[in-house]
Design a protein around this ligand. Structure first.
Ligand SMILES: [Zn+2]
Length: 236
């Protein structure tokens, strides 16, 4: 392709170099690399090491106009350089992310990635949507909003289920989608993951505490928890 316009438009690397020089005029000029990454949300970051400035930008910005990339560069580099951020850049960045077409684009990226990680919730033996809704009525008064649900592509023996906050998805191990696994055991795994939605992660000091006392108490409200645990242990 190429053409005249390609020559006139500043590349993302050039934009980041220029912004860096602007914000840290007396520092050595790093070699800049810009990479667009498949982040599930719009998060971007920069790192400075070994005389290199590495920018990893969400591919939500891959087609952004140069002035938006410039504002993003200001946001990331001013944080790195501990310089105040001009308001115009924050506003521009926010306005871009709020554009209806950009929001739709990010949503599509997010969803297509969610689907890549998991298979449909309708398994050979168990339907996760049906199971979620039954548990929802039984234990949460039907008030829990349903996240994405799916069976893992790989048969995992170690991770029977997990909640993935970046895709807002409960992923269940394909291992459980079998007539050899009692429904109550699958329900218990699903219930556990639903509790992760009910009790978002708490941070206590340096260690991440995922299963709080409150969480464990709620887990025991599942009447057949002992049976279910025994069955699951036998699987592993
Ligand atoms: Zn857990």
């Amino acid at each position: 392709m190429g053409g005249l316009s390609a020559v006139l438009i500043e590349k993302p690397e050039e934009i980041f170099s220029r912004v860096y020089r602007e914000l840290r005029p007396y520092a050595a000029q790093p070699k800049v690399t810009v990479e667009f990454r498949r982040f599930a949300n719009a998060n971007s970051r920069v790192q400075l090491f070994d005389g290199r400035l590495e920018a990893k930008l969400s591919d939500a910005f891959a087609e952004a106009p140069a002035y938006v990339v410039e504002s993003l560069a200001h946001i990331l580099v001013s944080k790195l350089a501990r310089k105040p951020l001009a308001r115009v850049h924050r506003d521009r960045y926010r306005r871009y992310l709020n554009r209806a077409d950009v929001r739709r684009h990010i949503e599509t990226l997010r969803k297509s990635r969610g689907r890549k990680l998991v298979d449909s919730p309708q398994g050979a033996c168990y339907d996760l949507v049906e199971m979620f809704e039954e548990l929802n009525v039984r234990f949460f008064g039907g008030m829990m909003a349903r996240p994405e649900l799916g069976w893992s592509r790989r048969v995992s023996r170690t991770t029977l289920g997990h909640y993935d906050p970046s895709h807002h998805a409960i992923v269940m191990s394909r291992l459980l989608d079998s007539p050899k696994v009692a429904k109550v055991a699958v329900e218990y795994v699903m219930y556990h993951e639903m509790l992760h939605l009910r009790f978002p992660e708490e941070h206590r000091g340096p260690r991440r505490c995922v299963h709080t006392g409150e969480f464990k108490a709620a887990e025991r409200e599942f009447p057949e928890w002992e049976t279910a645990r025994k069955l699951l242990r036998a699987l592993g």
